[in-house]
Design a protein around this ligand. Structure first.
Ligand SMILES: Cc1ncc(COP(=O)(O)O)c(C=O)c1O
Length: 406
């Protein structure tokens, strides 16, 4: 095999770093109960309706659905998304929306638009692995800010920004997952939402809000999205992946018109347009109001799973010193924290040998620490597997704690 290593760009060379190793996800392997990947429950995909709509779209609109389309996305889908966002309190025009090939592409495009090598970007201390990877691929320096039960610590955020400003470093944006955060499940309080906006204004930074779980709320009251609070400075990344089906690979970004215009230019160079057939199907799905009824189904099923996983954890791990978890009000994840002498990264090998997988905390930390925590996804497994999986995992955790204490 001829070696081309010397020809690689600095981008390709960065992809060799351990950051870009795939988190262990054995969900496709037989006999593994996987709490690892953030996958929606495929048994709830509305297959029949999607099949029916696909046929209708192909019969009535074959030119729009099978031809190249405009880079900003089909107008009908953007108009239906405008209505969807309006129902969530966000008033924007169709020209403030661009359809993406899912939210991962939204992250990539925004990184291309803003990040030069060594620029600083701020995130929560633990955040979506995919975002860490994308920002690092453009050679950003990621600064993770500690969190508590109300979300990112805004006092520390401002202190850290000030420090970099004094050092004359170039700071570009704050990236936040405000609702049922990946991986912690935490929701940002209203007070902190307002504070982050003030901070972004004071230092003239972009605020990127990534909220693919926002509609999956099982209790409590919804907080206004950041883009509702400030449509001038916030770019919101959204997706159908968690609320319908990731296989569509369709998402959208919303934000100030002049930034969306730039994003459209970047998208044109990447893939011209998001799949037009999928855009037509989703547009019809939204127009019929089917997303709302699908969400009701998802929410009632996921709430049962969340409650069950919390119940199993309480039964097996309550009262063990150093073990704790928070009750997420929505989303797909429970963040389980263990005593600080336990490495969830090392324990994963033992867990997989016993048929369980999860994602260790270090994968969500830009500095790759946070070893004594793991993310458990409750949406994908069925209830029997949640009970069996947490029972096995709890035994492993308890035996690791005993072994390390002795
Ligand atoms: C916070 C967050 N953003 C973006 C994504 C990427 O989703 P997609 O590209 O499927 O829309 C995920 C996936 O887990 C996520 O958790």
């Amino acid at each position: 095999m001829t070696n081309f290593d010397h020809l690689f760009s600095s981008y390709a060379i960065r992809l060799n770093s351990p950051t870009f190793n795939r988190p262990v996800d054995l969900s496709n392997k037989l006999k593994i109960i996987s709490f690892a990947g953030g996958l929606p429950d495929p048994s709830v995909f509305p297959v029949n309706e999607i099949a029916e709509i696909s046929q209708l779209v192909l019969q009535t609109n074959k030119t729009k659905s099978l031809q190249y389309s405009q880079s900003e996305g089909a107008l009908s889908l953007r108009e239906n998304l405008q209505v969807f966002m309006k129902e969530d309190g966000v008033s924007i025009n169709a020209d403030q929306l661009m359809i993406t090939t899912s939210s991962k592409q939204g992250l990539d495009i925004l990184s291309r638009l803003f990040i030069n090598p060594n620029d600083i970007v701020f995130t929560e201390k633990t955040t979506y692995t995919g975002a860490i990877q994308v920002f690092k691929s453009y050679a950003a320096e990621i600064c993770g800010v500690p969190m508590d039960g109300d979300g990112i610590d805004t006092e520390q955020l401002e202190r850290m920004i000030k420090k970099y400003v004094q050092q004359r470093r170039s700071i570009k944006f704050i990236y936040i997952i405000p609702d049922f955060q990946n991986p912690t499940g935490i929701t940002l309080s209203l007070e902190r939402r307002k504070r982050i906006i003030q901070i972004a204004e004071r230092y003239n930074l972009i605020l990127i809000e990534d909220s693919p779980y926002r509609q999956l709320r099982y209790e409590g009251v919804s907080q206004p999205s950041l883009i509702e609070l400030d449509s001038d400075r916030v770019i919101s990344i959204n997706s159908f992946s968690k609320i319908l089906a990731p296989g569509f690979r369709i998402g959208w970004i919303a934000g100030p018109k002049h930034l969306i215009k730039k994003a459209i230019l970047a998208k044109r160079l990447i893939d011209i347009c998001a799949p037009p057939l999928n855009q037509c199907i989703l547009s019809e799905f939204l127009k019929r109001g089917s997303l709302q009824s699908h969400l009701k189904k998802l929410i009632s099923g996921y709430k049962i799973k969340r409650d069950l996983m919390l119940e199993c954890l309480a039964k097996d791990l309550r009262c063990i010193e150093g073990v704790n978890w928070a009750r997420p009000h929505g989303g797909m994840y429970i963040w389980l924290v263990l005593p600080n002498f336990i490495s969830c990264k090392h324990m994963l090998q033992e867990a997989t040998q016993q048929g369980i997988s999860y994602i260790p905390g270090n994968k969500f930390d830009p500095k790759e620490t946070s070893f004594n925590a793991m993310r458990l996804c409750f949406s994908m497994q069925q209830t029997d597997q949640i009970v069996e999986g947490i029972t096995i995992l709890s035994k492993i955790i308890k035996s690791n704690i005993v072994r390390n204490v002795i």
